[in-house]
Design a protein around this ligand. Sequence first.
Ligand code: ADP
Length: 245
Amino acid sequence: MFFSYTIWVILKQKRIDEIKTDFINNMTHELKTPISTISLSTDVLTRPDIIENPQRLNTYARIIKEENNRLKTQVEKVLQMASLENSSIELEKKEVDLHQLCLQTIRSFDLILKDKNGVLTTQFDAKPSIIIADAFHIGNVLFNLLDNAIKYSAENPKIELITYSDRKGIYLEIKDQGIGISDKDKKQIFDKFYRVTKGDLHDVKGYGLGLNYSKTMVHLHKGWIKLKNNTPHGSIFTIFLPFKP
Ligand code: ADP
């Protein structure tokens, strides 16, 4: 009995070490790649042959913008992780118009949706759309769910963002038609560092933190987050946020 418990502890420690190493390797790669691309592109922008060619100038300006967005996302992920490690997160709650926050967040995905030939449609039925919340953290939650909906859809992602309300608060649904999540994975999907390891799209980079962070933040607002299957395929994440947490 003692022997098998010791083996279990060793294996668990080994898994934690693997996750940490993976995390550091991924993060280093994700930060270094956009920095070197931006640096190369800015060098090119100073070349006389490029300055005189508006089309090529535009191409490099676009690369810099995209890589800068990528860098911003990675830095936000590090900040999100730091929040999770801080057991006494101080939320800065004030009146937030959830529809405005959705529109603002959606804008970050304009370029990637264009590149992937995707569409994001909205249907805002919540009335009123004002809640008492921390706009920064709820904005991050929205960002994570939309980012996943796009990341885990193969070609031409079709995403829907829907809101509705009742007496108690606002419901927000993010629907995708992507690879979906199996019943087995559904049980663990909100666990810290959990990533589905098999499947078509598993060269997609990530840390397994976004959903854990999202769940923590929604709970801190006295709300909840749920996952169900979309038909015929894909996922639907529903968030409930009370008007007054
Ligand atoms: P990350 O995307 O960085 O790996 P998350 O915590 O956001 O971390 O998600 C955990 C895992 O859940 C992902 O690795 C992915 O396997 C799965 N997942 C999350 N959202 C979706 C989605 N919309 N469709 C399919 N799989 C998803």
